[in-house]
Design a protein around this ligand. Structure first.
Ligand code: V55
Ligand code: FE
Length: 504
């Protein structure tokens, strides 16, 4: 299986714009591929046997508008299978979304700007325009490719074929489902939500609970303080947390062909908290600082006094350069500052504002063992930049710069502490890691990640690395070169072989 998208397109086919979203590591690959029996340097720990899924945006046609960005790229689902014979298989396929099929049918892009249906060709009106490119979510034996602007697509976990748009057996009312779900390891329930749940620029949020068998058992709607980009949320043992940062949408702007998102530096952020099995009418809104933004959260938990702590990769503005540009925010890269930031609130107290403290360095893609979800996590991992690095980071990914360092952080104390780190040299980058638990309760498990290495002008090599999660600095315990061009992933998910076998 190896097809090059657009191979049969006329020679006059539109070219990809030469912007940061489409060059270098971000150059579209457009190739479906299946490779088997790749050899591993080192020995795969038995725990990692299974599949590491990756969501990779990769536009299969040049965009209709030259100012398009990485977030609009057609979703590809990729699978790195770690086999019992110490080999690895690699496969990647497009998600056959309704949008992908409609564009494939005509041989060119028909959908317009990022999350603006008013810029689409008239004859695609009503066709689902999500690209399902953000997170491969595994729950209750089902693999879903998700993106926050639409409903998920169900994927065959073995063949990577697209089964179709997924609405939880007809039960789902929301038009959207987030790419960031939270699974409580103690109950195996999946908690999730959708924003702009009834259409563009809406303040309606759908809060969803899916039971351990995959049945959607609860869907409650509420209004956010304003229509905001709600990329991630959090749970604790007893609460659901809905953070709101002032990256906002306006229907008038969309209708005028404008940008979906504008970041408002002078608008308050909010943290909505409700009992996780309660009624949305019990939501309490706590005020946070103005103008801040976060995409990903390490965790939230309740301490012995019932105080909720919520750890976010928070920045002083929106991390996406294309959103800052649309907002008239002109900041140099070094003026964009952030930290792993803790907001603490007493859900039963009188205070109406969050209390803020810093628990870690700037970075993103925070990670904890699945069993700690919503419970105290004494430590966690995340990607960051090596402050000692003698050169620029690799350009690529949706934000435009790739991370080159993975750290393990102690976040049990008031101020976090870096416990371990692996910093890669100039020209190397790390994609979002996943955690694999160990069979040994005294061992911290393994980290699986894809590593990119620039080897020449517009030439890259890629490998899957397995790191000892408790000894990052030692480098990979096993690695496998993947002999293909890999575009940066957004999110990944690891599924143990036993869960895959049980689902078949
Ligand atoms: C993000 C990614 C998206 C998106 C919105 O990483 C936010 C953040 C890959 O798509 O549509
Ligand atoms: Fe994300």
């Amino acid at each position: 299986m190896a097809t090059i998208a657009g191979a049969d397109a006329p020679a006059t086919a539109k070219q990809f714009p030469q912007t940061s979203h489409f060059v270098g590591l971000n150059q579209p690959v457009g190739q479906e591929l299946s490779l088997t029996g790749l050899s591993v340097e080192g020995t795969l720990p038995p725990e990692v046997l299974g599949s590491f899924y990756r969501a990779v945006p990769d536009p299969h046609f040049a965009p209709k508008f030259d100012d398009d960005n990485v977030l609009s790229g057609d979703g590809m689902i990729s699978r790195v299978s770690f086999n019992a014979d110490n080999t690895v298989d690699y496969a990647i396929r497009y998600v056959r979304t309704a949008r992908w099929l409609a564009e494939e049918d005509k041989g060119h892009a028909r959908f317009g700007r990022y999350r603006n249906p008013f810029t689409d060709d008239a004859d695609v009106a009503g066709i689902d325009r999500t690209v399902a490119n953000t997170t491969p979510v595994w729950h209750a034996g089902r693999l879903l490719m998700t993106k926050e602007d639409g409903r998920p697509y169900a994927i065959d976990p073995v063949t990577l074929e697209t089964r179709g748009s997924y609405d939880f057996g007809g039960k789902l009312k929301s038009k959207t489902v987030t790419a960031h779900v939270r699974i409580d390891a103690a109950t195996s329930e999946m908690f999730l939500y959708g924003y702009e749940a009834d259409g563009e620029a809406s303040t309606k949020i759908a809060y969803l609970i899916v039971d351990k068998d995959g049945h959607l058992t609860s869907e409650q709607w509420f209004d956010a303080p304003y229509c905001a980009m709600m990329h991630d949320f959090a749970i604790t043992e007893n609460y659901a947390l809905f953070p709101i940062y002032p990256t906002t949408c306006s229907l008038e702007r969309l209708k005028a062909g404008g940008d979906h998102w504008v970041h408002e530096q002078e608008t308050d952020s909010w943290l909505g908290i409700m009992p996780r099995y309660g009624n949305v009418s019990d939501m309490r809104w706590f005020k946070g600082p103005k103008g801040v933004s976060a995409y990903h959260f390490m965790n939230a938990f309740e301490d012995a006094n019932g105080i909720i702590h919520f750890d976010q990769c928070l920045s002083n503005t929106n991390a996406f350069p294309f959103i800052r540009e649309a907002s008239g925010i002109h900041m140099a890269p070094w003026e964009v500052q952030g930290a792993l930031t803790r907001w603490s609130v007493d859900p039963k107290g009188d205070a109406t504002d969050v209390t803020q403290s810093v628990v870690g360095p700037p970075g993103d893609f925070p990670l904890i063992p699945a069993r700690m979800q919503g419970r105290p996590n004494p430590y966690g991992w995340m990607l960051t930049m090596d402050p000692q690095m003698k050169g620029p980071p690799l350009a690529g990914g949706p934000v435009g710069a790739m991370f080159n360092t993975i750290i393990r952080l102690d976040v049990a104390g008031a101020a976090g502490q870096v416990l371990d780190a692996l910093a890669l040299p100039v020209g190397w980058s790390l994609n979002e890691p996943v955690h694999v638990p160990s069979n040994d309760p005294d061992h911290l498990g393994y980290i699986v990640t894809i590593v990119d290495h620039q080897t020449g002008d517009n030439q890259f090599e890629h490998a899957a690395w397995v790191l000892d999660a408790g000894a990052l600095h030692k480098g990979p315990v096993a690695k496998v070169a993947i002999p293909a061009r890999l575009r940066p992933q957004v999110h990944g998910w690891w599924v143990p072989q036993g869960a895959l076998d049980a689902a078949e």
